[in-house]
Design a protein around this ligand. Structure first.
Ligand code: AMP
Length: 411
């Protein structure tokens, strides 16, 4: 499925593509059409599945054609309540990014921060408010928040909100909003208390369940770097210098690639060895022993060479090239983050590999965290190089008569 098929307008689609989103995630595919149809929803989905955009995008779409012209006249039409300050800020950032090409105003209010600046922004008028329950009620009591015009109420991370003892506040907020509204409840887990709440506040809800595949351990920090192919070596050196430490397994797709990277890392004084199918059994065993005995801390390998060998408990895996088979990604990164240790998986994606990312994310039902801060970013508009079929150098008619004559003169 493509975002175009979800009935989102051009301004939203433009913002989405600037965020490097190619296709909707499963929770987005399922939720967006229902939210646009004004249905109530109960969604079980964890952070990482793309659930924020699953409610933010249709909410922006629903409000898009009714953006009040004057800021003062703005009324809160969408309210999102979330348990923590960090989450609130994250949701706010998402809304702001997706509504970049609109006049919709989003703000966040949360406890543990000075209330005065929040009052100032509220009195200027906002369309979309993201809030933690306590601060929301406080500001409502002081008359800075009017919930009479709320059309869509989102309860995000409902299980956490209830665990943190917000049940009464949540119920109160729900009652302060108009009776006739759309309510969307998102929760990572569905314990009884969340289902009870859903029964009380949702009207004839649709249920959506998104479970991440268990094969990718939760304790692996998976980071994606969009980078031009020609800059992957530089990015690798940068990360090895600054971020990635310990025992590291680097995967490359070809034997040639393994050798090339090994030479570069040796030249840069790294303790590195490699494994690939062209090496003799002795050399391969030798490389493995060195890595296992910690004589070297970096091993570069092709998938075939690394298959079946007993190396795990790694601190990090680097997918220098992304695998074209998504299951291979799961096997590769499964070598880190074992035995309750937190592992790291760093994946480099060049323009021609974007399609692999989509397939991987579909399989693992998680969105990889994108690092946009590294020094070698890929232009989001970069297209994969097209390899034109090269004709024979001596093809008839390749040279003009004029150039042939010129050549003769040379002799
Ligand atoms: P969430 O589950 O909402 O916390 O989102 C997890 C991450 O996925 C965030 O970094 C989002 O920016 C990213 N994300 C959301 N939707 C998509 C998409 N369709 N394609 C790629 N990344 C996405």
């Amino acid at each position: 499925m493509h975002f175009n098929e979800l009935k989102l307008n051009k301004s939203i689609l433009k913002a989405i593509s600037e965020n490097n989103y190619d296709t909707p995630t499963l929770v987005q595919e399922k939720s967006i059409p229902l939210i646009l149809n004004k249905r109530d929803l109960i969604v079980s989905a964890q952070t990482g599945t793309g659930k924020t955009a699953a409610f933010a995008l249709p909410i922006i779409q629903l409000l898009f054609d009714r953006q009040d012209s004057s800021k003062k006249g703005k009324k809160i039409k969408a309210l999102v309540i979330s348990p923590t300050r960090e989450l609130t800020l994250q949701i706010e950032a998402n809304f702001k990014a997706y509504s970049k090409y609109s006049n919709l105003r989003t703000t966040a209010v949360y406890g543990g921060a000075s209330i005065e600046p929040q009052k100032d922004i509220l009195s200027k008028g906002v369309d979309i408010l993201i809030a933690t329950p306590g601060r929301l009620l406080d500001l409502h009591k002081q008359d800075y928040i009017n919930l009479d015009y709320v059309e869509t109420l989102v309860m995000d991370e409902a299980d956490l909100m209830l665990d943190m003892g917000f049940i009464d506040d949540v119920r109160k907020i729900e009652r302060l909003c108009p009776e006739q509204k759309q309510t969307l409840l998102f929760s990572a887990t569905m314990p009884h208390k969340v289902i009870d709440l859903a029964k009380k506040v949702l009207h004839n809800p649709e249920k959506i369940e998104i479970s991440p595949t268990s094969s990718t351990g939760k304790n692996i920090n998976q980071i994606l770097y969009y980078v031009p192919k020609s800059k992957k070596i530089e990015l690798c050196l940068h990360l090895l210098r600054n971020t990635i430490k310990g025992s590291i397994l680097i995967f490359r797709r070809t034997k040639f690639g393994v050798d090339k990277l090994e030479k570069t890392l040796l030249r840069n004084n790294y303790n590195v060895t490699s494994l690939h199918g062209d090496k003799s059994q002795n050399l391969r065993q030798d490389a493995l022993n060195k890595f296992k005995n910690n004589e070297v801390n970096i091993l570069i390998a092709t998938d075939v060479a690394a298959r079946g060998i007993d190396i795990d408990n790694l601190d990090a895996v680097i997918n220098f090239d992304l695998p074209n088979i998504p299951e291979t990604y799961v096997h590769r990164i499964g070598r880190t983050g074992r035995a309750n240790k937190t592992g790291r998986a760093h994946s480099f994606c060049s323009a021609d590999e974007k399609v692999y990312v989509q397939n991987i994310q579909k399989l693992i039902q998680l969105q990889l965290t994108v690092d946009n801060e590294h020094p070698y970013p890929l232009d989001p508009k970069a297209k994969p190089p097209i390899h034109k079929k090269k004709g024979s150098k001596y093809r008839k008619g390749r040279k003009s008569e004029a150039s042939k004559k010129k050549k003769k003169r040379w002799y």
